[in-house]
Design a binder for this molecule. Sequence first.
Ligand SMILES: C[S@@+](CC[C@H](N)C(=O)[O-])C[C@H]1O[C@@H](n2cnc3c(N)ncnc32)[C@H](O)[C@@H]1O
Length: 199
Amino acid sequence: MKRTKNRWSDYYTRKAQKENYAARSVYKLAEIQKKYRIICKADRVLDLGCSPGSWLQYAAQLTGPGGRVTGIDLKPVKIQLPEHVTVIAGDIYDLQPKMAEIAGENVAVVLSDMAPATTGSKITDTARSFELCRTALSVAEQILVPGGRFVTKIFQGDDFKAFCDQVKKSYQRMVIFKPQSSRKGSREIFVIGLEKKPN
Ligand SMILES: C[S@@+](CC[C@H](N)C(=O)[O-])C[C@H]1O[C@@H](n2cnc3c(N)ncnc32)[C@H](O)[C@@H]1O
């Protein structure tokens, strides 16, 4: 079991290194993009929990220089990024009230790959993941244009269904997606909101 997991990690880690991405997480977003076409050329994108920066790299390629990608994370992003990417260091819980100012107008996509520092306690970790997801969803409520797309990683736990129901209320379509590149034994899964309804 352990050997299989390591082989999996090595495959995506090596692929990311070879393709000059900051992390193997990029392949999760790439799978989501392939299936649901979340990010379009010239879009404005907000990426919550953006460090070390692979989603920023990928989103910036998709938007092109006519778009704008803003990332937020507690940790710094150390890689070189194109000029249309801005990174802000900080805690989403502190920055949330200023989000409209930070992300600007006409944001078409809100992404969140935020993950709490894991404690080993399933109850604590899933509860913290849920709080991050709720905050990301509420940021999307604040700043996303009607028709906009929302993607968040969540650790499945007791609050999972309630969270999906919340997404359903605000988007024409809600889908749950487990990328091939996500570790099979991991509780992480992605909840996607397509076509945000007008507020
Ligand atoms: C899995 S990593 C993101 C990887 C990133 N998508 C990439 O492709 O490089 C999760 C990130 O969430 C960030 N994070 C966790 N809690 C946060 C919070 N309260 N505010 C901002 N960022 C947070 C962590 O610092 C961590 O860098």
